[in-house]
Ligand binder design. Structure first.
Ligand SMILES: *Cc1c(COP(=O)(O)O)cnc(C)c1O
Ligand code: SF4
Length: 524
Protein backbone atom coordinates (compact mmCIF):
# COMPACT_ATOMS: atom_id res chain seq x y z
CA UNK A 1 0.00 0.00 0.00
CA UNK A 2 1.36 3.36 -0.98
CA UNK A 3 1.52 6.21 1.46
CA UNK A 4 -0.99 8.34 -0.47
CA UNK A 5 -3.64 5.65 -0.31
CA UNK A 6 -3.47 5.88 3.49
CA UNK A 7 -3.70 9.70 3.46
CA UNK A 8 -6.51 11.24 5.49
CA UNK A 9 -9.56 12.30 3.52
CA UNK A 10 -10.11 16.05 3.45
CA UNK A 11 -13.21 17.76 4.75
CA UNK A 12 -14.75 18.18 1.29
CA UNK A 13 -14.51 14.41 0.80
CA UNK A 14 -15.86 13.41 4.21
CA UNK A 15 -18.73 15.87 3.66
CA UNK A 16 -19.45 14.28 0.31
CA UNK A 17 -19.33 10.77 1.77
CA UNK A 18 -21.82 11.81 4.49
CA UNK A 19 -24.04 13.21 1.80
CA UNK A 20 -24.02 9.93 -0.13
CA UNK A 21 -24.64 7.68 2.91
CA UNK A 22 -27.61 5.32 3.13
CA UNK A 23 -29.20 2.54 1.14
CA UNK A 24 -32.55 1.93 -0.50
CA UNK A 25 -34.06 -0.09 -3.28
CA UNK A 26 -32.59 1.02 -6.61
CA UNK A 27 -34.42 0.31 -9.86
CA UNK A 28 -32.51 -2.27 -11.93
CA UNK A 29 -31.55 0.06 -14.74
CA UNK A 30 -30.12 2.73 -12.43
CA UNK A 31 -28.30 0.10 -10.42
CA UNK A 32 -26.72 -1.40 -13.56
CA UNK A 33 -25.63 2.05 -14.69
CA UNK A 34 -23.93 2.88 -11.42
CA UNK A 35 -22.32 -0.55 -11.18
CA UNK A 36 -20.78 0.03 -14.60
CA UNK A 37 -19.47 3.43 -13.45
CA UNK A 38 -18.07 1.83 -10.29
CA UNK A 39 -16.27 -0.83 -12.32
CA UNK A 40 -14.74 1.83 -14.56
CA UNK A 41 -13.74 3.89 -11.54
CA UNK A 42 -11.97 0.93 -9.88
CA UNK A 43 -9.85 0.36 -12.99
CA UNK A 44 -9.26 4.02 -13.63
CA UNK A 45 -5.83 5.47 -14.32
CA UNK A 46 -7.55 8.85 -14.69
CA UNK A 47 -9.65 11.02 -12.40
CA UNK A 48 -12.70 11.47 -14.65
CA UNK A 49 -14.25 7.96 -14.14
CA UNK A 50 -14.03 8.40 -10.35
CA UNK A 51 -15.63 11.83 -10.57
CA UNK A 52 -18.35 10.41 -12.84
CA UNK A 53 -19.22 7.76 -10.26
CA UNK A 54 -19.42 10.21 -7.35
CA UNK A 55 -21.52 12.62 -9.41
CA UNK A 56 -23.91 9.80 -10.36
CA UNK A 57 -24.18 8.74 -6.71
CA UNK A 58 -24.90 12.31 -5.72
CA UNK A 59 -27.61 12.58 -8.32
CA UNK A 60 -29.16 9.28 -7.17
CA UNK A 61 -29.23 10.58 -3.60
CA UNK A 62 -30.61 13.99 -4.49
CA UNK A 63 -33.13 12.66 -7.03
CA UNK A 64 -34.37 9.30 -5.68
CA UNK A 65 -33.02 9.43 -2.12
CA UNK A 66 -30.82 6.38 -2.74
CA UNK A 67 -27.58 6.05 -0.74
CA UNK A 68 -24.44 4.25 -1.94
CA UNK A 69 -25.42 0.96 -0.19
CA UNK A 70 -28.32 0.75 -2.65
CA UNK A 71 -25.71 0.11 -5.34
CA UNK A 72 -23.68 -2.40 -3.39
CA UNK A 73 -20.95 0.13 -2.57
CA UNK A 74 -19.65 0.34 1.01
CA UNK A 75 -18.19 3.39 2.67
CA UNK A 76 -14.78 1.65 2.52
CA UNK A 77 -15.15 1.15 -1.25
CA UNK A 78 -15.79 4.87 -1.72
CA UNK A 79 -12.94 5.88 0.58
CA UNK A 80 -10.56 3.72 -1.45
CA UNK A 81 -11.71 5.40 -4.66
CA UNK A 82 -11.40 8.84 -3.03
CA UNK A 83 -7.79 8.08 -2.03
CA UNK A 84 -7.07 6.85 -5.50
CA UNK A 85 -8.42 10.11 -6.98
CA UNK A 86 -6.16 12.23 -4.79
CA UNK A 87 -3.19 10.00 -5.63
CA UNK A 88 -3.72 10.31 -9.40
CA UNK A 89 -4.29 14.08 -9.39
CA UNK A 90 -1.01 16.01 -9.74
CA UNK A 91 -2.22 18.73 -7.39
CA UNK A 92 -3.75 16.34 -4.89
CA UNK A 93 -7.26 17.60 -5.61
CA UNK A 94 -9.73 15.37 -3.82
CA UNK A 95 -12.91 13.90 -5.22
CA UNK A 96 -14.80 15.89 -2.58
CA UNK A 97 -13.25 19.10 -3.87
CA UNK A 98 -13.85 18.24 -7.52
CA UNK A 99 -17.13 16.26 -7.61
CA UNK A 100 -18.60 17.86 -4.50
CA UNK A 101 -17.65 21.49 -5.09
CA UNK A 102 -15.59 22.67 -8.07
CA UNK A 103 -17.97 21.40 -10.71
CA UNK A 104 -20.88 23.09 -8.93
CA UNK A 105 -18.98 26.33 -8.47
CA UNK A 106 -18.16 26.62 -12.16
CA UNK A 107 -21.68 25.51 -13.14
CA UNK A 108 -23.01 28.36 -11.02
CA UNK A 109 -20.63 30.83 -12.65
CA UNK A 110 -21.29 29.81 -16.26
CA UNK A 111 -24.70 31.56 -16.55
CA UNK A 112 -22.92 34.89 -16.00
CA UNK A 113 -21.50 34.61 -19.51
CA UNK A 114 -24.21 32.52 -21.20
CA UNK A 115 -26.18 35.55 -22.36
CA UNK A 116 -23.03 37.15 -23.77
CA UNK A 117 -22.00 34.02 -25.62
CA UNK A 118 -25.47 33.63 -27.10
CA UNK A 119 -25.84 37.23 -28.26
CA UNK A 120 -22.39 38.71 -28.92
CA UNK A 121 -22.02 37.90 -32.61
CA UNK A 122 -25.54 39.06 -33.40
CA UNK A 123 -25.54 42.28 -31.35
CA UNK A 124 -21.91 43.25 -31.73
CA UNK A 125 -20.45 41.59 -34.80
CA UNK A 126 -16.77 42.21 -35.45
CA UNK A 127 -15.47 43.39 -38.78
CA UNK A 128 -13.98 39.94 -39.14
CA UNK A 129 -17.40 38.33 -38.82
CA UNK A 130 -18.85 41.00 -41.15
CA UNK A 131 -16.02 40.65 -43.65
CA UNK A 132 -18.22 39.35 -46.49
CA UNK A 133 -20.56 42.33 -46.14
CA UNK A 134 -17.63 44.73 -45.85
CA UNK A 135 -16.09 43.34 -49.03
CA UNK A 136 -19.40 43.85 -50.85
CA UNK A 137 -19.43 47.42 -49.52
CA UNK A 138 -15.87 47.91 -50.76
CA UNK A 139 -16.76 46.74 -54.25
CA UNK A 140 -19.74 49.12 -54.29
CA UNK A 141 -17.74 52.10 -52.98
CA UNK A 142 -14.83 51.44 -55.33
CA UNK A 143 -17.22 51.47 -58.23
CA UNK A 144 -19.01 54.62 -57.05
CA UNK A 145 -15.73 56.49 -56.62
CA UNK A 146 -13.98 54.91 -59.60
CA UNK A 147 -11.07 53.47 -57.58
CA UNK A 148 -8.87 50.65 -58.80
CA UNK A 149 -7.53 48.06 -56.41
CA UNK A 150 -4.07 49.62 -56.11
CA UNK A 151 -5.60 52.99 -55.20
CA UNK A 152 -7.84 51.34 -52.62
CA UNK A 153 -4.90 49.52 -51.07
CA UNK A 154 -2.67 52.57 -50.76
CA UNK A 155 -2.75 55.12 -47.97
CA UNK A 156 -2.35 57.96 -50.47
CA UNK A 157 -5.24 56.59 -52.52
CA UNK A 158 -7.46 56.39 -49.44
CA UNK A 159 -6.65 59.98 -48.43
CA UNK A 160 -6.92 61.44 -51.94
CA UNK A 161 -10.36 59.88 -52.21
CA UNK A 162 -11.56 60.63 -48.70
CA UNK A 163 -15.25 61.40 -48.51
CA UNK A 164 -15.64 64.99 -47.31
CA UNK A 165 -19.25 65.74 -48.12
CA UNK A 166 -22.55 64.01 -47.72
CA UNK A 167 -23.36 64.03 -51.45
CA UNK A 168 -20.31 61.88 -52.15
CA UNK A 169 -21.15 59.73 -49.17
CA UNK A 170 -24.67 59.22 -50.54
CA UNK A 171 -23.14 57.77 -53.71
CA UNK A 172 -21.34 55.18 -51.54
CA UNK A 173 -23.95 54.31 -48.94
CA UNK A 174 -27.71 54.52 -49.05
CA UNK A 175 -28.88 57.66 -47.21
CA UNK A 176 -32.46 59.02 -47.08
CA UNK A 177 -33.01 62.54 -48.52
CA UNK A 178 -33.82 64.11 -45.14
CA UNK A 179 -30.61 62.66 -43.71
CA UNK A 180 -28.64 64.28 -46.52
CA UNK A 181 -30.29 67.66 -45.85
CA UNK A 182 -29.64 67.50 -42.13
CA UNK A 183 -26.04 66.35 -42.42
CA UNK A 184 -25.38 69.21 -44.86
CA UNK A 185 -26.61 71.64 -42.20
CA UNK A 186 -23.92 70.28 -39.85
CA UNK A 187 -21.04 69.95 -42.29
CA UNK A 188 -21.36 73.69 -42.94
CA UNK A 189 -19.97 74.12 -39.41
CA UNK A 190 -18.00 70.95 -38.63
CA UNK A 191 -15.81 68.79 -40.76
CA UNK A 192 -16.81 65.40 -41.97
CA UNK A 193 -14.26 63.05 -43.50
CA UNK A 194 -14.27 59.30 -43.98
CA UNK A 195 -11.74 57.29 -45.87
CA UNK A 196 -13.45 54.98 -48.37
CA UNK A 197 -12.12 52.06 -46.29
CA UNK A 198 -13.74 53.35 -43.08
CA UNK A 199 -16.99 54.03 -44.97
CA UNK A 200 -16.99 50.38 -46.06
CA UNK A 201 -17.38 49.31 -42.43
CA UNK A 202 -20.85 50.88 -42.27
CA UNK A 203 -23.52 48.19 -42.53
CA UNK A 204 -26.19 48.90 -45.13
CA UNK A 205 -29.70 49.04 -43.71
CA UNK A 206 -28.67 49.54 -40.08
CA UNK A 207 -30.18 52.93 -39.22
CA UNK A 208 -27.90 53.79 -36.31
CA UNK A 209 -24.90 51.79 -37.39
CA UNK A 210 -22.13 52.47 -34.84
CA UNK A 211 -19.50 53.30 -37.48
CA UNK A 212 -21.96 55.69 -39.15
CA UNK A 213 -22.67 57.32 -35.78
CA UNK A 214 -18.96 57.89 -35.18
CA UNK A 215 -18.22 59.39 -38.55
CA UNK A 216 -21.29 61.14 -39.96
CA UNK A 217 -22.63 64.07 -37.91
CA UNK A 218 -26.36 64.43 -37.31
CA UNK A 219 -28.48 67.52 -36.58
CA UNK A 220 -27.87 67.30 -32.82
CA UNK A 221 -24.32 68.45 -33.39
CA UNK A 222 -25.54 71.98 -34.13
CA UNK A 223 -28.88 71.82 -32.30
CA UNK A 224 -27.80 70.59 -28.87
CA UNK A 225 -28.07 73.42 -26.37
CA UNK A 226 -25.23 74.22 -24.04
CA UNK A 227 -22.08 76.21 -23.88
CA UNK A 228 -18.88 74.90 -25.40
CA UNK A 229 -16.17 75.13 -22.78
CA UNK A 230 -12.75 76.33 -23.87
CA UNK A 231 -10.47 73.45 -24.91
CA UNK A 232 -8.27 72.11 -22.12
CA UNK A 233 -5.22 73.52 -23.90
CA UNK A 234 -6.35 77.04 -23.05
CA UNK A 235 -5.13 76.63 -19.49
CA UNK A 236 -2.99 73.49 -19.71
CA UNK A 237 -0.52 74.40 -22.41
CA UNK A 238 2.77 75.58 -20.93
CA UNK A 239 4.48 75.63 -24.34
CA UNK A 240 3.67 75.68 -28.03
CA UNK A 241 1.89 72.42 -29.07
CA UNK A 242 2.28 71.02 -25.55
CA UNK A 243 -0.59 70.01 -23.21
CA UNK A 244 0.44 69.18 -19.70
CA UNK A 245 -1.71 67.91 -16.83
CA UNK A 246 1.02 66.07 -14.99
CA UNK A 247 4.64 66.76 -14.03
CA UNK A 248 6.02 63.65 -15.73
CA UNK A 249 3.77 63.13 -18.76
CA UNK A 250 3.13 65.61 -21.56
CA UNK A 251 1.23 65.49 -24.82
CA UNK A 252 2.52 67.18 -27.97
CA UNK A 253 -0.17 67.87 -30.55
CA UNK A 254 1.88 67.56 -33.71
CA UNK A 255 -0.90 67.96 -36.29
CA UNK A 256 -4.58 68.83 -36.54
CA UNK A 257 -5.16 66.28 -39.29
CA UNK A 258 -6.96 62.94 -38.99
CA UNK A 259 -7.83 60.41 -41.67
CA UNK A 260 -11.42 60.56 -40.49
CA UNK A 261 -13.08 63.00 -38.16
CA UNK A 262 -15.00 61.61 -35.22
CA UNK A 263 -18.38 63.09 -34.36
CA UNK A 264 -17.36 62.74 -30.69
CA UNK A 265 -13.93 64.38 -31.01
CA UNK A 266 -12.66 65.82 -27.76
CA UNK A 267 -10.22 67.89 -29.77
CA UNK A 268 -12.86 69.36 -32.05
CA UNK A 269 -11.54 72.86 -31.38
CA UNK A 270 -8.00 71.91 -32.47
CA UNK A 271 -9.27 70.15 -35.55
CA UNK A 272 -10.84 73.36 -36.84
CA UNK A 273 -11.98 73.52 -40.43
CA UNK A 274 -8.82 73.03 -42.51
CA UNK A 275 -5.79 70.73 -42.52
CA UNK A 276 -2.71 72.53 -41.30
CA UNK A 277 0.91 71.53 -41.49
CA UNK A 278 2.86 72.64 -38.47
CA UNK A 279 6.35 74.05 -38.84
CA UNK A 280 9.60 72.52 -37.62
CA UNK A 281 9.98 75.70 -35.55
CA UNK A 282 6.80 74.80 -33.68
CA UNK A 283 8.00 71.23 -33.07
CA UNK A 284 11.36 72.60 -31.92
CA UNK A 285 9.69 74.84 -29.33
CA UNK A 286 7.89 71.82 -27.91
CA UNK A 287 11.10 69.77 -27.87
CA UNK A 288 12.94 72.64 -26.17
CA UNK A 289 10.30 72.80 -23.44
CA UNK A 290 10.59 69.05 -22.84
CA UNK A 291 14.41 69.21 -22.87
CA UNK A 292 14.36 72.03 -20.32
CA UNK A 293 12.11 70.13 -17.90
CA UNK A 294 13.92 67.08 -16.54
CA UNK A 295 10.87 65.81 -14.65
CA UNK A 296 9.23 64.90 -17.97
CA UNK A 297 9.63 61.18 -18.54
CA UNK A 298 6.85 60.16 -20.95
CA UNK A 299 5.91 62.07 -24.10
CA UNK A 300 2.73 61.51 -26.10
CA UNK A 301 2.88 62.45 -29.74
CA UNK A 302 -0.70 63.11 -30.64
CA UNK A 303 -2.87 65.39 -32.75
CA UNK A 304 -5.11 65.12 -34.58
CA UNK A 305 -3.49 61.85 -35.45
CA UNK A 306 0.22 61.10 -35.10
CA UNK A 307 0.24 58.66 -38.02
CA UNK A 308 -0.91 61.47 -40.33
CA UNK A 309 2.63 62.82 -40.14
CA UNK A 310 4.94 61.66 -42.90
CA UNK A 311 7.42 58.99 -41.81
CA UNK A 312 10.29 61.49 -42.04
CA UNK A 313 8.61 63.87 -39.56
CA UNK A 314 7.79 61.05 -37.13
CA UNK A 315 11.38 59.86 -37.29
CA UNK A 316 12.65 63.41 -36.70
CA UNK A 317 10.41 63.80 -33.64
CA UNK A 318 11.28 60.41 -32.15
CA UNK A 319 15.00 60.99 -32.74
CA UNK A 320 14.77 64.37 -31.00
CA UNK A 321 12.92 62.85 -28.03
CA UNK A 322 15.31 59.89 -27.81
CA UNK A 323 18.20 62.34 -27.65
CA UNK A 324 16.80 63.81 -24.42
CA UNK A 325 18.15 61.77 -21.54
CA UNK A 326 15.17 62.21 -19.21
CA UNK A 327 12.62 61.19 -21.86
CA UNK A 328 12.39 57.46 -21.26
CA UNK A 329 9.04 56.56 -22.82
CA UNK A 330 7.08 57.61 -25.88
CA UNK A 331 3.51 57.18 -26.99
CA UNK A 332 1.96 57.76 -30.38
CA UNK A 333 -1.77 58.53 -30.49
CA UNK A 334 -3.42 57.32 -33.66
CA UNK A 335 -6.71 56.03 -35.01
CA UNK A 336 -5.23 55.48 -38.45
CA UNK A 337 -4.72 51.69 -38.09
CA UNK A 338 -8.50 51.51 -37.57
CA UNK A 339 -9.65 54.07 -40.11
CA UNK A 340 -6.94 53.62 -42.78
CA UNK A 341 -4.81 50.57 -42.00
CA UNK A 342 -3.11 50.93 -45.40
CA UNK A 343 -0.88 53.50 -43.67
CA UNK A 344 1.08 50.87 -41.74
CA UNK A 345 4.05 50.38 -44.06
CA UNK A 346 7.42 48.79 -43.30
CA UNK A 347 9.22 52.11 -43.19
CA UNK A 348 6.90 53.28 -40.41
CA UNK A 349 7.36 49.98 -38.55
CA UNK A 350 11.15 50.29 -38.79
CA UNK A 351 10.98 53.82 -37.34
CA UNK A 352 8.81 52.62 -34.46
CA UNK A 353 11.13 49.70 -33.76
CA UNK A 354 14.27 51.82 -33.86
CA UNK A 355 12.85 54.21 -31.27
CA UNK A 356 11.46 51.33 -29.22
CA UNK A 357 14.99 49.92 -29.02
CA UNK A 358 16.11 53.18 -27.41
CA UNK A 359 13.18 53.35 -24.98
CA UNK A 360 9.67 51.87 -24.91
CA UNK A 361 7.18 53.08 -27.50
CA UNK A 362 3.48 52.49 -27.08
CA UNK A 363 0.92 53.05 -29.79
CA UNK A 364 -2.33 54.31 -28.33
CA UNK A 365 -5.34 53.91 -30.55
CA UNK A 366 -9.08 54.42 -30.39
CA UNK A 367 -11.43 51.58 -31.28
CA UNK A 368 -15.00 51.87 -30.08
CA UNK A 369 -16.68 48.80 -31.56
CA UNK A 370 -15.70 45.27 -32.53
CA UNK A 371 -17.01 46.19 -35.98
CA UNK A 372 -13.89 48.31 -36.53
CA UNK A 373 -11.60 45.27 -36.29
CA UNK A 374 -11.36 43.70 -39.75
CA UNK A 375 -8.80 41.22 -41.06
CA UNK A 376 -6.96 44.27 -42.47
CA UNK A 377 -6.84 46.36 -39.29
CA UNK A 378 -6.08 43.27 -37.20
CA UNK A 379 -3.10 42.57 -39.42
CA UNK A 380 -1.93 46.19 -39.09
CA UNK A 381 -2.10 45.93 -35.29
CA UNK A 382 -0.35 42.56 -35.33
CA UNK A 383 2.52 44.04 -37.29
CA UNK A 384 2.74 47.13 -35.07
CA UNK A 385 2.61 45.00 -31.93
CA UNK A 386 5.74 43.13 -33.01
CA UNK A 387 7.73 46.36 -33.12
CA UNK A 388 6.65 48.27 -30.00
CA UNK A 389 6.17 47.68 -26.30
CA UNK A 390 2.38 47.73 -26.40
CA UNK A 391 -0.63 48.76 -28.42
CA UNK A 392 -3.25 50.26 -26.13
CA UNK A 393 -6.85 51.25 -26.74
CA UNK A 394 -8.71 54.28 -25.43
CA UNK A 395 -12.39 53.79 -26.19
CA UNK A 396 -15.09 56.38 -25.64
CA UNK A 397 -18.29 55.12 -24.06
CA UNK A 398 -21.09 56.27 -26.34
CA UNK A 399 -24.81 55.79 -26.65
CA UNK A 400 -25.83 53.25 -29.25
CA UNK A 401 -22.19 52.49 -30.02
CA UNK A 402 -20.82 50.51 -27.11
CA UNK A 403 -23.12 51.23 -24.15
CA UNK A 404 -24.04 47.65 -23.24
CA UNK A 405 -22.24 44.77 -21.60
CA UNK A 406 -22.39 42.74 -24.73
CA UNK A 407 -20.97 45.46 -26.97
CA UNK A 408 -18.23 46.47 -24.56
CA UNK A 409 -17.15 42.91 -23.70
CA UNK A 410 -17.11 42.07 -27.39
CA UNK A 411 -15.06 45.18 -28.13
CA UNK A 412 -12.50 44.35 -25.47
CA UNK A 413 -12.20 40.70 -26.45
CA UNK A 414 -12.00 41.45 -30.15
CA UNK A 415 -9.28 44.06 -29.83
CA UNK A 416 -7.30 41.85 -27.49
CA UNK A 417 -7.43 39.11 -30.13
CA UNK A 418 -6.12 41.78 -32.52
CA UNK A 419 -3.03 42.40 -30.33
CA UNK A 420 -4.48 45.58 -28.76
CA UNK A 421 -4.80 45.93 -25.01
CA UNK A 422 -7.86 47.70 -23.58
CA UNK A 423 -6.50 50.62 -21.58
CA UNK A 424 -9.13 53.29 -20.96
CA UNK A 425 -12.84 53.71 -21.47
CA UNK A 426 -13.73 57.38 -21.30
CA UNK A 427 -17.07 58.64 -20.19
CA UNK A 428 -17.99 60.88 -23.14
CA UNK A 429 -17.10 64.45 -22.19
CA UNK A 430 -19.56 67.11 -21.02
CA UNK A 431 -17.41 69.91 -22.40
CA UNK A 432 -18.78 69.97 -25.93
CA UNK A 433 -22.54 70.30 -26.58
CA UNK A 434 -21.85 68.93 -30.08
CA UNK A 435 -22.07 65.42 -28.71
CA UNK A 436 -24.07 65.60 -25.48
CA UNK A 437 -26.62 63.31 -27.17
CA UNK A 438 -23.95 60.58 -27.25
CA UNK A 439 -23.30 60.69 -23.51
CA UNK A 440 -23.97 57.68 -21.28
CA UNK A 441 -24.72 58.01 -17.54
CA UNK A 442 -21.65 57.54 -15.34
CA UNK A 443 -23.32 54.71 -13.37
CA UNK A 444 -24.11 52.77 -16.50
CA UNK A 445 -20.46 52.87 -17.51
CA UNK A 446 -19.48 51.61 -14.07
CA UNK A 447 -21.89 48.70 -14.35
CA UNK A 448 -20.49 47.80 -17.75
CA UNK A 449 -16.82 48.00 -16.78
CA UNK A 450 -17.36 46.21 -13.47
CA UNK A 451 -19.26 43.44 -15.22
CA UNK A 452 -16.05 42.52 -16.99
CA UNK A 453 -14.08 41.55 -13.90
CA UNK A 454 -13.98 37.79 -13.55
CA UNK A 455 -15.81 37.29 -16.83
CA UNK A 456 -13.15 38.12 -19.38
CA UNK A 457 -9.34 38.07 -19.17
CA UNK A 458 -8.08 40.51 -16.58
CA UNK A 459 -5.80 42.22 -19.08
CA UNK A 460 -8.81 42.92 -21.31
CA UNK A 461 -10.54 45.02 -18.63
CA UNK A 462 -10.09 48.75 -19.24
CA UNK A 463 -10.06 51.49 -16.64
CA UNK A 464 -13.12 53.73 -16.66
CA UNK A 465 -12.11 57.37 -16.81
CA UNK A 466 -13.49 60.90 -16.76
CA UNK A 467 -11.32 63.32 -18.73
CA UNK A 468 -11.49 66.22 -16.33
CA UNK A 469 -8.24 68.13 -16.61
CA UNK A 470 -6.37 64.86 -16.21
CA UNK A 471 -7.77 61.38 -16.28
CA UNK A 472 -9.81 60.61 -13.19
CA UNK A 473 -10.86 56.98 -12.53
CA UNK A 474 -14.61 56.45 -12.15
CA UNK A 475 -14.56 52.86 -10.88
CA UNK A 476 -16.81 51.92 -8.01
CA UNK A 477 -15.12 51.04 -4.76
CA UNK A 478 -15.01 47.32 -4.02
CA UNK A 479 -14.10 47.88 -0.37
CA UNK A 480 -17.52 47.67 1.28
CA UNK A 481 -16.51 48.31 4.88
CA UNK A 482 -13.83 47.73 7.45
CA UNK A 483 -14.27 45.02 10.09
CA UNK A 484 -11.58 45.24 12.72
CA UNK A 485 -8.31 44.21 11.16
CA UNK A 486 -9.96 43.25 7.89
CA UNK A 487 -11.88 44.77 5.03
CA UNK A 488 -15.01 43.33 3.46
CA UNK A 489 -14.58 43.17 -0.30
CA UNK A 490 -17.31 42.84 -2.88
CA UNK A 491 -16.59 40.57 -5.84
CA UNK A 492 -17.77 42.59 -8.85
CA UNK A 493 -18.80 39.48 -10.80
CA UNK A 494 -21.14 37.95 -8.20
CA UNK A 495 -21.76 40.59 -5.56
CA UNK A 496 -20.46 38.05 -3.04
CA UNK A 497 -18.74 39.64 -0.05
CA UNK A 498 -15.51 38.24 1.25
CA UNK A 499 -13.47 39.15 4.30
CA UNK A 500 -9.92 40.11 3.48
CA UNK A 501 -7.57 40.56 6.45
CA UNK A 502 -5.37 43.65 6.30
CA UNK A 503 -1.65 43.79 7.10
CA UNK A 504 -1.03 43.69 10.84
CA UNK A 505 -0.36 47.32 11.84
CA UNK A 506 1.94 46.36 14.71
CA UNK A 507 4.08 44.29 12.39
CA UNK A 508 4.07 46.82 9.55
CA UNK A 509 5.06 49.71 11.83
CA UNK A 510 7.88 47.81 13.50
CA UNK A 511 10.78 48.84 11.28
CA UNK A 512 13.37 47.96 13.91
CA UNK A 513 12.85 44.22 13.39
CA UNK A 514 12.08 44.32 9.68
CA UNK A 515 14.03 41.76 7.63
CA UNK A 516 17.76 42.38 7.95
CA UNK A 517 17.21 45.28 10.35
CA UNK A 518 16.95 42.77 13.17
CA UNK A 519 20.41 41.34 12.60
CA UNK A 520 23.78 42.56 13.67
CA UNK A 521 22.47 44.73 16.48
CA UNK A 522 25.04 43.63 19.04
CA UNK A 523 27.80 44.90 16.76
CA UNK A 524 26.31 48.39 16.30
C1 LIG B 1 -4.22 61.56 -21.96
C2 LIG B 1 -3.23 62.51 -21.63
C3 LIG B 1 -2.09 62.11 -20.92
C4 LIG B 1 -1.80 60.68 -20.56
O1 LIG B 1 -2.49 60.22 -19.49
P1 LIG B 1 -2.20 58.73 -18.96
O2 LIG B 1 -3.12 58.59 -17.81
O3 LIG B 1 -0.76 58.66 -18.59
O4 LIG B 1 -2.52 57.81 -20.10
C5 LIG B 1 -1.17 63.07 -20.61
N1 LIG B 1 -1.34 64.34 -20.96
C6 LIG B 1 -2.43 64.76 -21.64
C7 LIG B 1 -2.57 66.20 -21.98
C8 LIG B 1 -3.41 63.86 -22.00
O5 LIG B 1 -4.48 64.27 -22.68
S1 SF4 C 1 -9.05 60.55 -34.33
FE1 SF4 C 1 -8.98 61.59 -32.35
S2 SF4 C 1 -8.35 63.72 -32.80
FE2 SF4 C 1 -9.04 62.77 -34.74
S3 SF4 C 1 -11.18 63.32 -34.91
FE3 SF4 C 1 -11.12 61.33 -33.90
S4 SF4 C 1 -11.13 61.79 -31.72
FE4 SF4 C 1 -10.59 63.67 -32.81
Amino acid sequence: MSQTSEAALDKFTTDLLEQLAGGGDAPAQLRAGIEALAAAARDAQATAPIVALFRALREAKAGAGLGHEAFGLSRADLEALARRHAAIDEHGVTVGGRAGRALDIIAQANPRVADYLARKDEEAPSGIELWDTIQENQARIRKALGLDEATWNSFGGQLANAINDVQTLARCIDLPADTIRDVTRVTGRYRMRLTPYYASLIRPGVVNDPVLLQSVPTGEMVDNVGEELPPVASDHSPARLVDQFYPRVVAVKVTNICAMYCTHCLRIAHIGSADRTFSKAAYQEAIDYIAANPAIRDVLITGGDAFMLPNASLKWLLDKLDAIDHVRMKRLGTRVPVTTPQRVDNELLDILEASNERGPVRVVTQINTAQEITPVSKDAFRRISRRVMAVLNQAVLMRGINDSRIKMWKLCETIQEAYVRPYYVFNCSYRNPQYTHMRVPIEKGRDIVESMYGNISGDAVPRYIAAAGGKVPLHRDNVVRREGGAVVLRKPWSGEETVYPDALPGLYDNDADFAFNKYGKERS
